[in-house]
Design a protein around this ligand. Structure first.
Ligand SMILES: [Zn+2]
Length: 236
């Protein structure tokens, strides 16, 4: 249930019998020829598709994340780690005040990992709550599906190229060799752009839509199972 399609009375009613909410986390950053909003689009859609039959409210995606390494690419906006964790903390606090006790964070961007650390700290400060931090793209079943389709997959490659993240225009057809990830992590933003070029970390730019739908379905099923449980005991 998209929170944008609900009014406050509906949320109040929901909270009378349940306490689970979904918070998608995204990023606004270069994805080679794909949308700058890939991570936000995928996190929010994954959250909505997985939660839909369960009737869990899905809050709007946090469309900015932590992505300092891509700052030399126009359109990329990065929040500082302290700003980011402060925002996520305020959102969790808000959910708690409203009466939510189980919170499913659906993360769509690796750089947002500090929110995962924050979540464990936040639970220690809020006994009786349970927060799951879920990276949809590298969860075991989804990652296995990626490997089965094509093991050469990475940031801004085919594995992020869905009909809902694709832009009009032609993408390169060759397979880009995998970059040296460890070396890239030691580069400043300008060097990163120089070395990385278009922004794809490695792999084909596009694959068959049927394969992409199968990957998406795997992700939705895996995410939905985790939303359903098991959940730690909570107190209201
Ligand atoms: Zn991405």
């Amino acid at each position: 249930m998209k929170i944008s399609d609900m009014n406050w009375q509906q949320v109040e009613d929901y909270l009378k019998t349940d306490d689970l909410a979904v918070l998608p986390l995204g990023s606004t950053e270069q994805h080679a020829g794909l949308s700058l909003s890939v991570d936000s689009i995928l996190a929010e859609k994954m959250a909505l598709d997985a939660a839909e039959p369960l009737g869990i409210p899905v809050f709007p995606v946090l469309a900015y994340g932590v992505t300092p390494y891509f700052m030399a690419y126009p359109g990329t906006i990065s929040l500082r780690v302290e700003t980011y964790t402060a925002i996520v903390r305020d959102i969790l606090d808000g959910l708690y005040t409203q009466g939510f006790r189980r919170i499913f964070i659906l993360n769509g961007h690796g750089g947002n990992a500090p929110a995962g650390s924050l979540a464990t700290e936040w639970m220690a400060d809020h006994p009786g709550t349970s927060v799951k931090f879920h990276n949809w793209w590298n969860a075991p079943e989804t990652l296995a599906k990626v490997q089965e389709i094509d093991p050469v997959a990475s940031h801004a490659s085919w594995m992020e190229n869905f009909p809902w993240t694709r832009l009009p225009g032609q993408l390169p057809t060759q397979q880009k060799p995998m970059i040296d990830l460890a070396a890239m992590r030691a580069m400043d933003p300008a060097t990163t752009r120089r070395v990385l070029g278009d922004g794809n970390f490695g792999g084909y730019y596009q694959r068959d839509d049927a394969e992409m739908q199968a990957l998406w379905d795997t992700g939705v099923a895996e995410t939905r199972k985790l939303m359903q449980g098991p959940w730690a005991e909570v107190t209201r």
